[in-house]
Design a protein around this ligand. Structure first.
Ligand SMILES: CC(C)(COP(=O)(O)OP(=O)(O)OC[C@H]1O[C@@H](n2cnc3c(N)ncnc32)[C@H](O)[C@@H]1OP(=O)(O)O)[C@@H](O)C(=O)NCCC(=O)NCCS
Length: 167
């Protein structure tokens, strides 16, 4: 049984550990880089996890098996940015990511934010299919991936109110 739980700054070490494994496992899926984030100290992790800045969601199957984050850009009061989506390789293919994304959509609805956006690296078909199935669509924006300028990523957006799920 998979349990989805929002965590807080007191769980900063759990988030750090999962995040650093994710960055090492799938470097081309993320704009951030392992070298930078493994240099963060406790205060930095805690400050990134303040409630006013975003949400951190973890999937547990006894042990933590996946993470996703949402953050609130300061310059757009309508937007939740979905970040840090990762499921450990041994737990993939069981729709755990969908449960995690659904909690970020739920959080966006709780805040009354009408758009959830994300970037997905070109060629990352499992992720693109996952997000399309949930209701995201590409809006045509394309950017260089910060952590690997040989790659590009595409923007996908979703109105969280269109997703049918119990609140
Ligand atoms: C993308 C990701 C989050 C999906 O997580 P998940 O819980 O496995 O999601 P799903 O179970 O819905 O599977 C998604 C797709 O991966 C495929 N898949 C199944 N088993 C898999 C495995 N062992 N390894 C990789 N992909 C697998 C599934 O067939 C599915 O494709 P489908 O939509 O055509 O059915 C996960 O593969 C992952 O963490 N990837 C690396 C990080 C990443 O790309 N993050 C997204 C950044 S935008």
């Amino acid at each position: 049984m998979v349990e989805i739980r929002r965590i807080g700054a007191e769980d900063w070490a759990l988030w750090r550990d999962m995040r650093l494994v994710a960055l090492g496992d799938s470097p081309d899926s993320f704009g951030a880089s392992l070298d930078v984030e493994r240099g963060y100290d406790e205060a930095t992790w805690r400050s990134r996890m303040q409630p006013g800045k975003g949400v951190q969601v973890v999937a547990f199957n006894d042990q933590p098996v996946g993470i996703v984050g949402g953050y609130l850009p300061e310059d757009d009061a309508d937007l939740v940015e979905l970040i840090s989506m990762w499921v450990m390789p041994s737990a993939r293919g069981r729709r755990i990511a969908e449960l995690l994304v659904d909690d970020v959509l739920r959080w966006a609805r709780e805040l009354g934010r009408p758009t959830v956006g994300l970037f997905v690296t070109e060629g990352n078909e499992p992720a693109r299919r996952l997000f399309e199935r949930i209701g995201f669509s590409a809006n045509g924006e394309r950017e260089v991936l910060e952590s690997n300028p040989k790659l590009y990523c595409n923007r996908m957006i979703c109105d969280p109110r269109t997703r049918q799920q119990p609140d």
